[in-house]
Design a protein around this ligand. Structure first.
Ligand SMILES: *Cc1c(COP(=O)(O)O)cnc(C)c1O
Length: 470
């Protein structure tokens, strides 16, 4: 037997150990123990070569929290939120957060505890909002003695993948309105045209993942009011405000998009996006408890008391809830407004700098959220030997993650690049980014021959109808 096998338990140095010259376990749980320092080093180093999270301008999710927020989360890492009897204060804190989120969105609901739920992210929160709309619709159909086997949901093609999952898992027909160059956000007339008595809700998006724009909920509400009055259908609105839910209340408090509007019955958001908490947190709020079907609250008499719970998950970490509550106390409306205004200013600064470069063209002239997309300038593109995918690869060499992607169906021929500005991105970093983009473009312009992605793009342009994807 190899003596080094035994010394795993002994004092062999980490990089002198046998484990470090073997492939990492991938198929089965290893038979033998490995010393904690060695196992730790292996796991830690596995993530070592990844890009710096703060230079990842692709994600909407928090990559910076201050030391106290981080400390609170680390100290709470062992707490299970569902053990409400063991940690009753966590449940109280969660209720307070729901109250604050509900009031931030101008809920009309009275009473000490507003109606809402915590989730792992917007995905869980969207699912809960969607299920509630479906169950309410079903109840009404049953009461009217009408069939309830063909529910559908209406939104734009710029939906986030969670809605496809929701419709697939609950077998709800997804009806989409194309995003086009004429209608870069939800086309309201077209949306109402595909609604019928089986529509469980319309889902506008605040902070569309693909473009950073907002659907016009106020106009939708007005049109829907007329439509519902005429048809008697009572179709409600669930707003997917994954990123916009924490931007609008601070940067545009006057803008009416939330529970101030008649047909908005529920709103979901990600606490881990512009709520400024590390990953694992979403919120959904209903306008009143009458919009949350009773079938969705489960009473659990199991951990020492009877508690009622709304959610897809049972156990979940409590740390994110503590961090959200900490952010609310520490930052206040003032702090959130300052941080998001800075992100907005820096996004606008980058937007302007990109717009000035002859090879690029911004998708829109103004910004609604601290993110934006741009394309290659159409005239420049005719002669270009590179694509935005090549630029993405080049920028990765300097550590930046700036994604290039094709737009949703109907405008899928359009390749765009996106920057999401979050807390943690300073003006100095923006200057570094712009410099790196300028240098990368200068290098790409020296190319004598077209890159493989450019050749592929040209081929697909010739075969009209055939789509080029990365
Ligand atoms: C991010 C996002 C989601 C999914 O949210 P998670 O918090 O990642 O689960 C859903 N909808 C929109 C519009 C988003 O931007």
């Amino acid at each position: 037997m190899d003596t080094k096998d035994k010394t795993q338990e002994g004092d062999v140095s980490i990089f002198g150990s046998k484990v470090m010259r073997q492939p990492a376990p991938a198929e089965r749980i290893p038979k033998h123990r490995t010393r904690a320092e060695i196992a730790y080093r292996m796991v830690k180093d596995e993530t070592f070569p990844q890009t710096q999270p703060r230079l990842n301008l692709a994600t909407f999710v928090t990559t910076y929290m201050d030391d106290y927020g981080t400390k609170l989360m680390n100290e709470a890492v062992g707490i299970n939120y569902i053990d409400e009897t063991e940690y009753p204060r966590v449940a109280v804190m969660c209720g307070r957060c729901i109250n604050m989120v509900a009031n931030m969105w101008n809920t009309p609901e009275k009473g000490d505890w507003k109606t809402g739920a915590v989730g792992i992210g917007s995905s869980e929160a969207c699912m809960l909002g969607g299920v509630a709309a479906w169950l309410r619709w079903r109840e009404r159909r049953k009461a009217e003695g009408k069939p309830y086997d063909k529910p559908n949901l209406v939104m734009s093609t710029a939906y986030q993948v969670v809605w496809e999952k929701f419709c697939q898992l609950w077998q709800i027909e997804m009806r989409t309105v194309p995003i086009t160059h004429e209608h870069p956000t939800l086309d309201i007339d077209a949306a109402l045209n595909i609604c019928d008595e089986n529509t469980i809700c319309i889902v506008p998006i605040m902070g569309v993942t693909w473009t950073g724009m907002n659907d016009d909920v106020e106009a939708l509400n007005t049109a829907l009011d007329e439509y519902n009055g005429r048809t008697g259908y009572n179709i409600p609105i669930h707003i997917d405000a994954a990123s916009g839910g924490f931007i609008l209340p601070f940067l545009y408090p006057e803008k009416k998009w939330d529970f101030r509007l008649k047909w908005v019955y529920s709103i979901s958001t990600s606490g881990h996006k512009y709520g400024l908490v590390y990953p694992g947190l979403g919120w959904v709020v209903w306008k009143d408890k009458k919009y949350l079907p009773k079938d969705m609250s489960f009473s659990v008499n199991y951990l020492g008391a009877s508690i009622s719970q709304v959610g897809l998950n049972f156990s979940r970490p409590a740390a994110q809830i503590l961090a959200q509550y900490y952010n609310f106390i520490h930052l206040g409306v003032e702090g959130y407004t300052e941080i998001h205004s800075n992100s907005m200013d820096i996004a606008k600064y980058c937007h302007k700098a990109i717009g000035k470069m002859p090879c690029f063209k911004n998708y829109s002239d103004t910004l609604e959220n601290p993110l934006f997309i741009w394309t290659m300038d159409p005239d420049y593109e005719k002669e270009a030997k590179w694509t935005l995918f090549d630029l993405q690869d080049k920028l990765m060499q300097s550590g930046w993650m700036v994604p290039a992607y094709t737009m949703p169906k109907d405008i899928e021929e359009m390749v765009v690049m996106r920057i999401v500005v979050r807390q943690g991105m300073s003006r100095d970093m923006a200057d570094m980014l712009i410099e790196d983009i300028t240098n990368a473009v200068a290098e790409l312009e020296k190319l004598e021959y077209p890159t493989p992605t450019r050749i592929a793009a040209q081929k697909s342009e010739k075969q009209k109808g055939k789509v080029y994807t990365h």
